[in-house]
Ligand binder design. Structure first.
Ligand SMILES: Nc1ncnc2c1ncn2[C@@H]1O[C@H](COP(=O)(O)OP(=O)(O)OP(=O)(O)O)[C@@H](O)[C@H]1O
Ligand SMILES: [Mg+2]
Length: 298
């Protein structure tokens, strides 16, 4: 049987497509969130709907590059086939939620707002962090801010119980439950890392350009006298003047004080948001950086 082709899943999708507002998908890794979202979008398109898709998964993106929240408004089969090409991006700057909960939550909320201007139903696909302080804090504030009409919880055993309990107790959220297919193989950390490297590679595909930039273009602002060579390799969001991210960039900086950004989206760049990762543009491997430590040594 095809994924989520049982009556319960089909009925649920039918009911969800009758809703307006926001539907958020939650579930552990490889439970089928993205598969379910794609099915919902496909069935919506077949029924003549226009649906906004907000991809809040930073590490395994469907829409746009990693470390960003992607927006895609889907009304045709062609839109569905080009889901990876975002209509809009919001930069978060990391592929893991630790240390970026505020930018992540704000990115999703503003992405939903943008999608809702063009579609009366918006679907949010989320990261697989569902447990622990970070996962729960992230989901709590996302739901608090976005106020989904319904949450679809994809169950694998009881792993979602604490999160669902919290969301219904504090935020009175309507939760619809389906079960994952236990035969789905769980991808290994190595497979995930290889996928992430590929996704970054695609985000830095040629034609790349090197733009010289001034030390004043960054958010947050660099402290007075900051040695710019410390920024070498930092992942940045190339921003327009309306808080939108045009795409990713990587900083090139030398001991002598030259400063530039490597990106394929420099044309309309207004400023650069510093991410919380460094990227090696030869291997596309990334490492985590604590911004506060980078900037102020604390
Ligand atoms: N119900 C299902 N039956 C069989 N295979 C499925 C089912 N749902 C998903 N799959 C397959 O399992 C894999 C993982 O699915 P998917 O990417 O949708 O999960 P996810 O929850 O979005 O994962 P992640 O947390 O990594 O984003 C995919 O290869 C998909 O084709
Ligand atoms: Mg997914």
């Amino acid at each position: 049987m095809k994924p989520f082709d049982d009556d319960t899943s089909l009925n649920l999708r039918h009911r969800l497509l009758g809703l307006k507002g926001v539907v958020m998908l939650i579930g552990g890794s490889d439970t089928g969130k993205t598969t379910f979202a794609r099915q919902l979008l496909a069935e919506g398109v077949a029924a003549g709907r226009t649906i906004g898709f907000v991809d809040a998964d930073l590490a395994r993106p469907t829409v746009g590059p990693p470390a960003c929240v992607g927006i895609k408004v889907v009304s045709t089969r062609a839109d569905l086939d080009m889901l990876h090409e975002a209509d809009g991006l919001r930069f978060v700057g990391s592929t893991a939620p630790q240390g970026v909960i505020v930018p992540h939550v704000v990115a999703v909320a503003t992405a939903v707002e943008a999608a809702r201007r063009r579609a009366d139903l918006v679907i949010i696909d989320t990261t697989s962090e569902i447990t622990g302080v970070v996962g729960q804090t992230l989901k709590y504030h996302l739901v608090e801010l976005v106020r989904p009409t319904a949450i679809v919880a994809i169950h694998r055993g009881g792993e979602l119980d604490p999160l669902e309990g919290m969301l219904s107790r504090f935020l009175s959220t309507r939760i619809e439950v389906i079960d994952t297919d236990r035969s789905i193989p769980i991808s290994s950390p190595l497979e995930r890392q290889a996928e992430l490297i590929k996704a970054f590679q695609a985000a830095f595909a040629s034609p790349l350009e090197r733009w010289r930039v001034a030390p004043t273009v960054f958010a947050p602002t660099l402290p007075e006298g900051f040695p710019v060579n410390r920024l070498h390799g930092m992942l940045v969001g190339v921003q327009d003047p309306n808080a939108r991210c045009l795409g990713l960039g990587a900083i090139e900086a030398s001991e002598e004080g030259s400063l530039g950004v490597v990106t394929s989206v420099g044309e309309e760049m207004r400023g650069l948001r510093l991410g919380s990762m460094r990227i090696d543009l030869e291997t596309f491997k990334t490492t985590r950086v604590r911004l506060r430590q980078l900037m102020f040594g604390v």
